[in-house]
Write a protein that binds this ligand. Structure first.
Ligand SMILES: Nc1nc2c(ncn2[C@@H]2O[C@H](COP(=O)(O)OP(=O)(O)OP(=O)(O)O)[C@@H](O)[C@H]2O)c(=O)[nH]1
Length: 593
């Protein structure tokens, strides 16, 4: 992984954020994101990279009624699309040792399965009953392999086929793109269409009762939810109602401390329904806005569990009853939601572990099978890793388009505007130092794991899991070396560039080699030049691409052993001359230290 990876990411985030800021009203942004216009543009990118000039045609075709009022929004969509377009070099996949297609993205197998379907339509003039037979077979296969339930697949395929045959010729839009669009819209419908918001009580505390089988992530979700509400300015209280696993009470108390919300516990000798009642009373006294009640899980559904849940539900009269299900269980999750709904009556589901090796069956089947919406999704073990379930964004991800909106929202959560502006000044004057480097690396890290951040970026499917692991390791190594530098060295990287003794000391203190330290220093100077150039491009109004990141990844993979060092040395020398313009090149840097 190129060492400047997170820096480029940072710059890209900053720039995208600024584009968003220009839409002063939030509704504007949502309108852009939600407009068919945007989705057509997004759809176009991965399937026709030469469509850039004809994008306006497809906009008109897809949103005739809104076209006139969208001029400023069009600009935004075009900007994003331009970026997306320049980064998309087709949906990437690699094969593992058994020849199985592997991707870095979520639902990778489903995405490549669907791509096989579009590819069958390349060269066709129009969608017809005959030429969609094969692609529809591929779509069916892809969905079944993703563990979507059979009746759902049948209905889906039928509906897509009907629409595909009736669509006719649309000027400027190829048949494969038309099919992608139909599948996209159908996927959105399948997953519930609109985002299903959590309901809040009109008076008194909002009570959320969580249920689910053992190990699905209930206790973790309790704390994640509290964290989520806290960010919205609501006060929360957790109630430990799992009396069968004493460790669950401790776990909830620890997580409660972590997110800084009170936890009501009454040990394991009190009935769960009584604990729930007492907890609710306590919350009312403290004027808490949201009470979240954890309950016991079982390995499988049994009568005792259901009876107990019914009792707790009666005692609480909750605003929301949410079933927590594990995305890895595929269509089984949908069956569970149905059963729990019939037995106790639920208001929706929370799908956890979407960051794992989920094939997509759960996300695609829950609403259609049970009639109950997925309200939130968990994408990791950290407290921040819980977000609303947006069917359209999920469809975008399944089709390999990334999820720009979630990416920007995450960035906005972790980034301080002043920091970004300060950093930009430093970049423009080629003055950013190791402190800035550390700061921005940590900011990007706050958005989630590297794989998660990359998964949200369209066209980044080329980055394989092993490259991501390498990147994470590299970032750790860099942090260790920077931490071993003195404050003065961090501020003035020239000191290290000029002194082999200093580099040797940093290497010793950080447990890395002198060569690694030299490389890091060289990279900082390289970055100064590259980032300054990049800022120049961005100032002129266009968004930077991350394609050079992918190129660098490929180059690094292909470089024969022993060449990297030599290449880096010569690069670092030339970079020094550029970046320090006027200042003498530090002698001996990169040579024997
Ligand atoms: N990767 C990932 N792990 C998760 C997610 N949510 C929960 N986990 C992990 O799943 C494991 C089980 O989570 P718990 O919250 O203890 O599950 P539970 O449903 O309360 O389990 P019981 O109390 O035994 O019923 C923990 O290691 C969590 O960190 C998620 O969204 N992604």
């Amino acid at each position: 992984m190129p060492r400047c990876y997170s820096f480029e990411l940072w710059l890209w985030i900053t720039q995208i954020e600024r584009k968003f800021e220009r839409f002063s009203r939030e509704e504007d942004m949502e309108a852009v994101a939600g407009s068919r216009h945007f989705s057509t543009l997004s759809l176009s990118f991965s399937h026709n990279r030469t469509l850039r000039s004809s994008s306006a045609t497809s906009v008109k075709l897809s949103s005739p009624s809104t076209n006139a009022s969208l001029s400023s929004r069009n600009w935004f969509a075009k900007e994003v699309w331009g970026w997306v377009n320049s980064n998309s070099k087709g949906v990437a996949a690699r094969r593992d040792s058994r020849g199985v297609v592997v991707r870095a993205e979520m639902f990778g197998q489903l995405t490549s399965g669907l791509e096989t379907a579009w590819n069958k339509l390349k060269g066709e003039e129009v969608l017809s009953k005959e030429n969609i037979v094969e692609p529809m077979r591929d779509i069916r296969r892809a969905l079944l392999e993703a563990d979507v339930s059979l009746p759902v697949v049948r209905r889906f395929v039928q509906s897509v086929s009907d629409q595909a045959v009736g669509v006719g010729v649309i000027r400027g839009v190829r048949p494969d793109q038309q099919l992608v669009k139909i599948v996209h819209d159908e996927l959105v419908q399948l997953m519930g269409g609109e985002v299903s918001e959590l309901v809040f009580a009109k008076s008194g505390p909002t009570v959320i009762l969580l249920a689910g089988l053992q190990g699905v992530g209930k206790t973790t979700v309790c704390a994640k939810l509290a964290n989520y509400f806290k960010k919205q300015g609501k006060s929360c209280m957790l109630v430990a109602g799992d009396v069968y696993r004493p460790a669950a009470i401790d776990q909830l108390s620890i997580l409660g401390k972590q997110v800084d919300v009170p936890v009501y516990t009454a040990g394991t000798d009190v009935k769960p329904s009584d604990i729930a009642k007492q907890g609710l009373e306590e919350a009312k006294k403290k004027k808490i806005d949201v009470v979240i009640v954890d309950t016991a899980g079982r390995l499988q559904i049994d009568k005792t569990m259901m009876d107990e849940l019914k009792e707790v539900k009666r005692a609480l009269n909750p605003t929301e009853v949410l079933l927590v299900v594990d995305a890895m269980t595929g269509q089984e999750a949908a069956a569970l939601v149905t059963t729990f709904n019939l037995e106790i009556g639920i208001t929706g589901a929370i799908l956890t572990k979407l960051d794992g090796d989920s094939r997509g069956g759960a996300a695609l089947s829950v609403k259609e099978v049970s009639g109950k919406p997925i309200k939130l999704v968990g994408r990791g073990e950290r407290m921040e890793d819980l977000e609303p379930f947006y069917p359209d964004r999920m469809a975008g991800r399944i089709l390999g388009m990334g999820d720009v909106l979630s990416f920007v929202e995450k960035a906005q959560e972790v980034m301080r505007k002043e920091d970004a502006e300060e950093l930009q000044k430093k970049i423009m004057s080629a003055k950013f130092d190791f402190n800035d480097f550390l700061k921005q690396t940590r900011t990007v890290a706050k958005m989630g794991s590297v794989s998660r951040v990359i998964g949200m970026i369209p066209g980044m499917g080329k980055v394989t899991p092993s490259q991501i692991r390498d990147a994470e390791k590299n970032l750790q190594n860099m942090e260790a070396m920077i931490e071993a530098m003195t404050p003065e060295e961090r501020e003035k990287p020239e000191l290290l560039a000029e002194s082999p003794v200093r580099r040797k000391r940093v290497a010793l203190d950080s447990g890395k080699t002198e060569q690694q330290v030299s490389q890091l220093v060289a990279q900082l100077f390289q970055m100064r030049v590259r980032m300054k150039n990049l800022m120049g491009v961005m100032e002129s109004g266009s968004l930077p691409t991350l394609s050079n990141l992918e190129e660098a990844l490929k180059a690094e993979e292909k470089a024969p052993p022993g060449t990297a060092r030599r290449r880096k040395r010569s690069e670092s020398r030339s970079v020094f001359v550029d970046s320090t313009s006027g200042r003498p090149t530090p002698r001996g840097f990169g040579s024997k230290s």
